[in-house]
Ligand binder design. Sequence first.
Ligand code: ADP
Ligand code: MG
Length: 679
Amino acid sequence: MDLSSLPGLGPKRIKALNESGLFTVSDLLYNIPRTWLDRTRLNKIAECKAGDNAILIGTIRRAGLAYGRSSRYIATLDDGTGQVSLIFFRGLKHWSKSVSVGSRFCVIGKLSDYRGLQIVHPEMQKLEDGEEFNGSIEPVYTITEAEHAAKIEQNFFRALYPKIFALPNLTIPNSPPAELLQFLGVRNILENLKRLHTPKTFAEAMQAKMQLKKLELLPFCLRMNVRRRSLVVRGKSREIDENAIAKAKAALPFALTRGQESAVKKICEGLSGKKQFHALLQGDVGSGKTVVAMLAMLAIAKSGEQCALMAPTDILARQHYKSLKPFFDAAGIRTALLLGACSATEKKSISGELQMGITQVVIGTHALFSKDVIFQNLTFVVIDEQHRFGVNQREALLQKGHFPDLLVMSATPIPRSLAMTLYGDLTPIVLNEKPAGRKPVKTRLVDPTKRDDMKKFLLKEVQSGNRCYWVVSRVEIDGVGNTLSVDEVKEELESFSSLWKVGAIHGQMDEDERDRILSEFASGKLQVLVATTVIEVGVNVPEANLMVIDAPDRFGLAQLHQLRGRVGRGNQEAWCFLLVPNASPAHERLANFASTDDGFKIAEMDLQDRGAGNLEGKEQSGAWVFRWFDWIQDQGMIQKMLETAEEILDNKPNFSVEVQEKIQKWYATLPQGNADGVH
Ligand code: ADP
Ligand code: MG
């Protein structure tokens, strides 16, 4: 049933709902509330402290716009026991109109302490004159930017759902298979959804949500366990050319760390084993994963088989090709680089050589799993920066070989319980030390008023032979005018001094041009590189030891950690400057980030910060995105679900293969998590 059949929905609103991924009544039904306002439990400001999730009712006493690098609307709410500030960074026009002095609101949000208690982007519900606190349970939905612009707010959804449930003969087309529902003790999915959208008690809503989480988690765990079990027994083991590895190691300009040695050993053991080997190599940025993969690939290529190394960006693939080719050349192994940007003729010739087995190693991007690429004997697949690929992309490349071995590499340090869920089908190998002599990157928060002082410092460093990245969050002015673009910063730095040569790169640039500028920076011809996040993953210029991040509050902490990982790769002192106003609400979060270099700690902080299913931002695909399951709150469920999945596969509760397929088919129809809600 599509949305136009619902009462009170005009084309403008339908368009906004579509843009938010809601196309049918069934999508709407599965679009469950983010939380519920338990208005039976109201808080008093006087009894609140930072960190609390509070529900407050009060009157707006003061309100106004504050301009600056990040303009905001600030209102003071007074509930008779105390006051809190309400801060809005987006939708300034809207909020300055609706949140006016004298109006009454029910407000929900997390309190933080910044010169007194404040809530950034609270839920706001206006109370009409005389409207009283009625002690009901109210669902709170995620509102997207598009919905907000079409005036779709909480009250819209709150009024809509009772109407939907009142429709005669309401059915839900993509209902979970009956066997799954029965197994998890869900009697009726529609009834369950109704309890989420129009609950009578808080407990009822929570219980119904728990059921949905199980419905989501079990198929996921099943899928992963099936994958783990499907690793085949090859029958005969593979000979690893220890000599070739020893020779390549000796030719390296450095000695391997103990962690690298042991990782190489474990991988070679796995590769020589009788069973197909799928492993995850996890190591913080700069821990030296590439050389480990290189040695493993060498072993495979030496035994006459083929390997593919897939990287998420062109820049990274080219860089890998450049640094690995000389090693493979020296060992008599033919290597090719395959990118989307290659011409049709190039692609044809590379693919031909792969098909004939002339080329043993191919390095590339997504282009590798295009259907024209055929291998003669692909037996080893390496995926760099795994978190950038969805599970399906990983599978597409594996399909090209005959039960190939797999090594995925990730610098995203993820908490153990989470790793178990996401990568439970892979053997974990951890690189837990960095090459000797590395010093932690000194991270400092810099108020924009100190921008010129910072530039002076950078210039001095550059003059003594160092190099600097300057990261900007966007390419062009987006109308808000808060951050500068790549070109603006380049101009700024050039007019600041003629003593440094400045280059700029971004994602919309011609590949060759970008590559040229990057290599000029790597060679030292350019000393400052102004860039967007295109440099985020994998880029390796050991001589660069300075980094500036403009508007760091626009990035997640894990992403900042990746960016910061671009410096501190050599042995010089490394610096990272975060340009953020002292008064920014992000200041505390960023100061915490600056105080640690431990990727795991940062990942935990990021998780707490950004919440469920949103580890790396909304462009994440595949395994990361859960719609209902919450990594932080629900960690305890993972282990049990994995065990349940095992039991099902062991045929204890008898789920036939057909039922399992039905479950997976339903799972694939679930709408993906919606990560870009604003309030
Ligand atoms: P990441 O784990 O982030 O992918 P890279 O593999 O890019 O890290 O390695 C980062 C840098 O460290 C590279 O310049 C690499 O040559 C260097 N490197 C790797 N291993 C060692 C080592 N054992 N000793 C010194 N430098 C190393
Ligand atoms: Mg890397």
